[in-house]
Design a protein around this ligand. Structure first.
Ligand code: ZN
Length: 321
């Protein structure tokens, strides 16, 4: 179903489970040897009880990368105050290693845009631009992570690569689509295509099961704040019931940060991890914007500013502007 667009993050996995017995067997085999909770992929634990205990582990106490942050007003899901515990130390940009994970693979391309371009193509171009900007700002250890192979094994490979690189921060780059039930038909350049103009915008995801959830949230907030400061609006549909099993708890109604607790790349990475859905490529207007160098510049500058703020002690002292 190559040209069947789907919501980018979960869709590939969910579609595989629905339609291909071989995928199910392969995934079950993977689950036997790896700590993957695929059966829970569509079921999110929304209760505070399921969230990790914040600030208890020695790793959190000694983390050298977490500046102070004043979090904006929280949305529907309340967080324990200790999740926002400040730290006075900061990071050295020349040694700070951020892994930019290019979502999906050349073989398993993610969503298909309204004009039949693979999400992987959008993800790669944007991640490359972010890499350029970060390196230009002195973040010499920035690593672009391009993964090969099928969808699910690639998730495990990403996590292993980031862990082996001893990354300080993990940022996965994606572009959004919609569940199949929202798709409408049209023709683009004589070819039957699918679109949905109903939703648009970026969104930022973190997992409350990440071993350093509070730092993940801190960086996610900075990314969302920068997107907003650049005039972008977040995708609000993920908190709505119409999204069904794609619904996610909104952690901050100002910045568009959602939790996505079971996502492998966010929960199994041993460093703070954030996923950015940069914008919708199934929305016909927004696809054109996401395809433009100007929009890539805006988003990559925003991400770079967020990383700089994350590392900058002056920001930690002064607080958010
Ligand atoms: Zn994706």
């Amino acid at each position: 179903m190559k040209h069947n667009a789907y919501i980018c993050v979960l869709g590939g996995i969910a579609a595989g489970f629905r339609s291909r017995r071989r995928t199910i067997i392969a995934a079950m085999a993977a689950m036997a040897v790896l700590p993957i909770d695929a059966s829970d992929a569509g079921r999110l634990a929304h209760t505070a009880k399921s969230a990790p205990r914040h600030g208890k582990s020695p790793k959190h106490v000694s983390s050298p990368k977490r500046p102070t942050v004043k979090l904006a007003a929280l949305g529907p899901v309340a967080l324990h105050p200790s999740a926002l515990k400040p730290a006075a130390t900061t990071c050295d940009p020349s040694k700070f290693r951020i892994v930019l994970d290019v979502g999906h693979t050349a073989e398993s391309e993610g969503a298909i845009s309204a004009r039949n371009v693979a999400e992987f193509v959008f993800n790669l171009r944007l991640a490359q631009r972010i890499e350029e900007k970060l390196k230009g700002e002195g973040f010499a250890e920035t690593r672009l992570l391009v993964t090969e192979g099928k969808a699910r094994p690639s998730l495990v490979k990403r996590v292993a690569a980031a862990n082996n690189l001893h990354a300080d921060l993990f940022l996965s780059i994606h572009h959004d689509a919609v569940p199949n039930s929202f798709l409408e038909n049209w023709e683009f350049e004589g070819r039957k295509s699918h679109f949905s103009d109903r939703f648009s915008g970026y969104s930022v995801f973190v997992s409350r099961n990440n071993p350093d959830f509070e730092t993940s949230l801190l960086f996610a907030e900075l990314v969302g704040k920068e997107m907003k400061a650049n005039g972008l609006q977040y995708a609000q549909q993920y908190s709505q019931a119409i999204m069904g099993r794609y619904q996610h708890p909104l952690l901050n109604k100002e910045t568009g940060v959602y939790s996505y607790d079971k996502l492998i790349v966010l929960k199994s990475t041993r460093m703070p991890a954030v996923l950015l859905e940069a914008g919708s490529i199934i929305n016909r207007d927004e696809e054109l914007k996401m395809d433009s160098p100007e929009r890539r510049d805006i988003i990559s500058s925003g991400v770079t500013a967020a990383v700089k703020e994350f590392c900058d002690p002056r920001w930690a002292i002064l607080g958010p502007p």
